[in-house]
Design a protein. Structure first.
Length: 292
């Protein structure tokens, strides 16, 4: 249920939007985060990150704290970690991060990668997003629109790494949302790297995500080439299903089309910012969403 609530983007407060007197509290909170660089193993020896000076890493518990306590997401299980630009505070308007998770759905066969019509796939995803939006509105949240590809899907068949980016619009918000997705295919599942930012950050995020893809890799025994036919599970979907997320929805995992919406932190309407800050304090830091 926690995953469903998160996926529906019930993310209600933005520390970036809170008034200036809260900046000291934000600084104090960030000082408690244990940033790391260099060689870092995630999961149960699942993968290794070689984090360069331009980036920094937060482990599972610090990542959960940033997502929940810093960004106002609902309570959730910790991800495998987060990757952040070293020169930006996550508690700033420009701040963004890559949330890392692992979906153990099995080995994703990639033989459909060269046959996908991405224009048709986009139209299908837009239709699905409209259905999701109708549900959101019924639940009292702003509608969502999949505007289009911010970067069309690209699959590196040699590295077994897939990436694409979507432009999203929430309600009447003028600033559109960038959802940049990376999937690294492995023996038993897929490493999911999800970044969300404002569309104005597209050029920066795209360049940084290319670097991120280079320094995140499965360890021996978990790599795509380590797959053992007949012994290992095969996923119920291919590359197209991985992009669209449909199979996961049918399986009850709800890997939503809009990705991990940590970035609703950035899209509280300006007209309700002051009220939101007061309500957050009154509720002891718990989120609640308001609309103008």
């Amino acid at each position: 249920m926690k995953k469903l609530v998160l996926a529906m983007a019930v993310v209600l407060f933005s520390p970036w939007a809170i008034t200036a007197q809260d900046s000291t509290a934000a600084d104090d909170f960030e000082a408690t985060l244990n940033y790391r660089q260099g060689l870092i193993t995630i999961g149960d020896d699942l993968a290794t990150l070689d984090v360069p000076e331009a980036f920094r890493f937060l482990g599972p518990e610090d990542a959960r704290r940033l997502l929940v306590d810093g960004w106002g997401n609902p309570p959730m299980d910790p991800p495998l970690g987060m990757i952040l630009p070293a020169d930006l505070s996550p508690l700033s308007w420009e701040g963004w991060a890559v949330v890392i998770t692992f979906e153990e759905d099995g080995y994703v066969e990639d033989d459909d990668a060269s046959d996908i019509d991405y224009a048709d796939l986009l139209a299908e995803m837009q239709s699905d997003t409209r259905e999701s939006s109708d549900y959101r509105v019924q639940e009292g949240y702003p509608p969502i629109e999949l505007v289009g590809w911010a970067a069309p899907p690209h699959y590196d068949a040699d590295e077994h790494k897939l990436y694409w980016a979507k432009e999203l619009a929430f309600g009447s918000e003028e600033d559109h949302t960038l959802n940049y997705n990376v999937r690294i295919l492995g023996r038993r599942g897929v490493l999911v790297l999800n970044a969300v930012a404002v569309m104005d950050m597209m050029q920066t995020v795209e360049a940084d995500m290319q670097s991120v893809m280079d320094f995140v890799n499965f360890n021996e025994g978990h790599r795509y080439g380590d797959f053992m036919p007949g012994a290992d599970k095969v996923a119920a979907y291919g590359i197209a299903g991985l992009i669209a997320g449909k199979v996961a929805v049918k399986a009850g995992l709800f890997k939503v089309l809009i990705g991990l919406m940590v970035a609703m932190k950035k899209f509280v309407l300006v007209a309700v910012v002051a009220v939101a800050a007061l309500v957050k304090k009154a509720m002891g830091g718990k989120g609640a969403e308001s609309e103008a």
